[in-house]
Design a binder for this molecule. Structure first.
Ligand SMILES: *Cc1c(COP(=O)(O)O)cnc(C)c1O
Length: 391
C-alpha cells in the first residue's frame, strides 16, 4: 500500500515481539546473541544484517533512522549521540587530507569551530561564502580539491536562507557532495534531498524531539555515502543510545502537527511584533520583509518556529529584555514545546569579536525566540510586556 511519508513515519515500527505490544519496546542491550558459530560468522562478514553490537546498530536506533529516511526521502541513514557528532562524522568519513570544504559563514557556532579550528589540524582546508552569495560566487569558490559543500538553512541564529536547489546544481557540475543541516526546518517544512542535496544532517535534540529531553543526531542520504559514514562511526563510536532513540522515535509521530503549530504561532508573533517601537528590525523567513523570502517560499512549506529581532537599545536592552520575561525560558536550547528566548551577544556568541558577530548578523541587541506550543496569545503577551519595559 502506497502511503504518505508522514503516515509511514508514524507507522514504521520494530517487528512486534511475541508479547504483541502496540508501542515499540526498548532494546536496552549492548550486544545481541547468535544461535551458533555459523550465524555469528555470517553477521560479522556482513552477509546478514543481524544486529551485533549497539555501537554498530540497535533496533530502536534503526527504527528512528527508518522514520527519518521516510520523511527526508533518503536511501539510508545513521543516528548519532548528538547533532555535532552527526556533523563531525559526515565530515571525517568523507574528507581527507588535502581536500577542501566550502561552507557559508553563517553556520551553528560549534560547526564553525569544527570547520575552522579542527579540520585544518587534519590538513582539510575550508573557505566560507556569505549567505547572500550569488550563483556565480558559489561556482567561482569551488576549487579543484573541493569535496563537499556544507550548508545550514535557515541559519542559526540569523535566519539567513540559502538556495539549496541552486547550490546543489552548481556543486554537481563539479562532482561536489552537498551536505545540508536541516535542523531548523525539519523534513516537515523542507526536504533538501528533493532539492538536490546528497546528505542531510540533523540535531535531533531540537525540533525532532521537540520536548527538550534528549540529545541526538541523524545523517541520511545517498546509500554509498552513508556506507562510508556508517563504517567510520561504527569504528569511532558516536552511536546514539537506544533509550534516546526510543524517545526520539515516538517524538517523530507528532512532528508534523507540532511543526504546523510552531510555524503558525511564530508567523503570528512575527507579524504582531514587526513594527514594534522597541524593535529596529525583525526576521522571519515567511515575512515579506525577509530579504530572501522568495527562496524561503520556494523551498519551505512554512517558516518554522524561530524568529529573531534586533532591539534598538542594543546589548543592555537585550539583557533587560531577558530579565523582564515572566514565562519564556532562558535556556541554551531551541525547538521545545515551551517557548525560549536567547540573547546571543551576551551568551552563545559572547566570545566572538564584534567583527565576527557582525559577519554572521549577530547584532548586540539580537534576540532569538523559539516559539513553543503554549497558546500564542500568552507567548505574545509575555514578549510584549518585556518589550514595554525596555522601550
Ligand atoms: C544545536 C544545533 C546543532 C548541534 O546539535 P547538538 O545536538 O546540540 O549537538 C547543529 N546545527 C544546528 C543548526 C543546531 O541548532
Amino acid at each position: 500500500m502506497a502511503t504518505h511519508p508522514i503516515t509511514q513515519a508514524i507507522r514504521i515500527q520494530i517487528d512486534r515481539t511475541p508479547e504483541m505490544e502496540h508501542s515499540a519496546p526498548l532494546f536496552l542491550t549492548s550486544s545481541f546473541c547468535f544461535d551458533n558459530a555459523e550465524d555469528m560468522r555470517a553477521a560479522f562478514a556482513d552477509e546478514t544484517d543481524d544486529n551485533i553490537y549497539s555501537r554498530f546498530s540497535n533496533p530502536n536506533v534503526q527504527e528512528l533512522v527508518d522514520k527519518i529516511c521516510a520523511l527526508e526521502g533518503a536511501e539510508a541513514g545513521y543516528a548519532t549521540a548528538s547533532g555535532m557528532s552527526a556533523v563531525f562524522g559526515s565530515f571525517m568519513a568523507l574528507l581527507k587530507q588535502g581536500d577542501h570544504l566550502l561552507s557559508c559563514e553563517a553556520v551553528f557556532g560549534s560547526t564553525h569551530a569544527v570547520i575552522s579550528k579542527y579540520l585544518p589540524k587534519y590538513g582539510i582546508d575550508y573557505s566560507y561564502l556569505p549567505a547572500t552569495a550569488t550563483e556565480e560566487a558559489w561556482r567561482a569558490a569551488i576549487r579543484p580539491n573541493t569535496k563537499m559543500i556544507y550548508l545550514e538553512t535557515p541559519t542559526n541564529p540569523g535566519l539567513e536562507i540559502l538556495d539549496v536547489e541552486m547550490i546543489s546544481r552548481v556543486a554537481h557540475e563539479k562532482g561536489v557532495i552537498v551536505n545540508v543541516d536541516n535542523c531548523f526546518a525539519t523534513p516537515i517544512l523542507q526536504q533538501p534531498i528533493a532539492l538536490g542535496a546528497d546528505l542531510v544532517v540533523h540535531s535531533a535534540t531540537k525540533w525532532l524531539d521537540g520536548q527538550g529531553r534528549v540529545l541526538g543526531g541523524v545523517i541520511v542520504g545517498k546509500k554509498e555515502l552513508i556506507k562510508e559514514i556508517y563504517l567510520f562511526c561504527r569504528s569511532t563510536g558516536p552511536a546514539l543510545s537506544p533509550f534516546n532513540a526510543w524517545i526520539l522515535s515516538k517524538s517523530i509521530e507528532t512532528l508534523e502537527v507540532r511543526m504546523e503549530r510552531h510555524s503558525a504561532s511564530a508567523l503570528h508573533i512575527a507579524q504582531q511584533l514587526e513594527n514594534h517601537p522597541a524593535i529596529a528590525s525583525l526576521r522571519y523567513p515567511f515575512l515579506a520583509s525577509h530579504p530572501q523570502v522568495a527562496i524561503a517560499q520556494k523551498q519551505m512549506t512554512s517558516g518554522g518556529g524561530i524568529l529573531c529581532f534586533d532591539l534598538k537599545g542594543g546589548l543592555e536592552a537585550g539583557k533587560k529584555f531577558l530579565n523582564q520575561l515572566q514565562m519564556l525560558s532562558l535556556t541554551a536550547n531551541l525547538g521545545d514545546t515551551r517557548s525560549i528566548a536567547s540573547h546571543p551577544a551576551s551568551t552563545t556568541h559572547a566570545k566572538l569579536s564584534e567583527a565576527e558577530r557582525q559577519a554572521v548578523n549577530i547584532t548586540p541587541g539580537l534576540i532569538r525566540i523559539s516559539v513553543g506550543l503554549e497558546k500564542v496569545d500568552d507567548i505574545l503577551a509575555d514578549i510584549l510586556q518585556a518589550l514595554a519595559a525596555v522601550d
